[in-house]
Design a binder for this molecule. Structure first.
Ligand SMILES: Cc1cc2nc3c(=O)[nH]c(=O)nc-3n(C[C@H](O)[C@H](O)[C@H](O)COP(=O)(O)OP(=O)(O)OC[C@H]3O[C@@H](n4cnc5c(N)ncnc54)[C@H](O)[C@@H]3O)c2cc1C
Length: 228
């Protein structure tokens, strides 16, 4: 028997986030017999559930609040801007649910590629063992298992406690003050979200030591100027 003969699939995609879904769709459209294996309890991947989508939803609310608070610049007086944080979060949750539902439907409809909800691990270079106890074989594999939030490199932070982007997106009320540590894209994005979504007297001490990936050294100053 040739090495590739007897394989159930041409391609097995491990991980059904944005990367895995796009790869599976492309492979299937090229005629490859494809399966996606997703091990998370929720289907949708980081982008929809805890990344791009929820942060953009919150940024939009923050921008509306910011414009309303600065409306006098455009000659419009808005005496008091009230932000209803539970409603801001409810809108964000509604949008995520809507997108995750669409993503679930696209992944599971079964007419282009097969979808299995289980965690996968390799038994050998062509065989996966799934957490539902079954095995499957494929000629090729695409590992798109994403990433996890890494623990803070500042050891002493463990003593005082901190929240990560995952927890920010689940807050039920705004903290009274926020220090954003780091200058990567997530910090630059989430830092501005918190103060303008809350009452105007919420303070923000944002520190952006090195705006990695922000692409422009002026961005941190602009953010400080506008939001803090
Ligand atoms: C706060 C935040 C904001 C962001 N904003 C943006 C943005 O605006 N624009 C942008 O382009 N990117 C943004 N990103 C990055 C973007 O979300 C990720 O790059 C992207 O979602 C990664 O997709 P992925 O398919 O590689 O991984 P994921 O979406 O993480 O998918 C991996 C999947 O693999 C599954 N899995 C893991 N192990 C196994 C296993 N053993 N078996 C089976 N399944 C497994 C997981 O359950 C998961 O569903 C943001 C990220 C964050 C945190």
């Amino acid at each position: 028997m040739k090495k590739d003969e007897g394989m159930e699939y041409d391609l097995a995609v491990i991980g059904g986030g944005s990367g895995g879904y796009a790869a599976a769709r492309t492979a299937a459209s090229l005629g490859l017999k494809t399966v996606v294996i997703e091990g998370g309890e929720e289907i949708g991947g980081l982008c929809i559930l805890r990344g791009c989508m929820p942060t953009k939803a919150l940024l939009q609310s923050a921008e509306v609040a910011h414009i309303a608070q600065k409306a006098h610049v455009w000659g419009i007086d808005i005496p008091q801007v009230q932000i209803n944080f539970p409603n801001v979060m409810a809108r964000k949750n509604f949008l995520i649910d809507d997108f995750a539902g669409f993503c679930r439907e696209q992944l599971t409809r079964g007419d282009r590629f097969q979808f299995i909800q289980a965690k996968a691990k390799f038994l050998d270079p062509h065989t996966l063992l799934l957490s539902n106890g079954s095995q499957l074989s494929a000629r090729h594999f695409l590992v798109s298992t994403g990433s996890r939030v890494s623990p803070s490199p500042i050891g002493s932070l463990m003593d005082v406690g901190y929240i990560t982007s995952d927890e920010v997106l689940k807050l039920s009320k705004l903290p009274s003050s926020v220090v954003v540590l780091g200058g990567g894209v997530v910090a630059v994005e989430l830092g501005p979200v918190l103060p303008p979504s809350g009452s105007p007297d919420i303070g923000c001490a944002a520190k952006f030591p090195s705006p990695q990936g922000a692409g422009c050294g002026r961005i941190p100053n602009i953010i400080r100027c506008i939001y803090c």
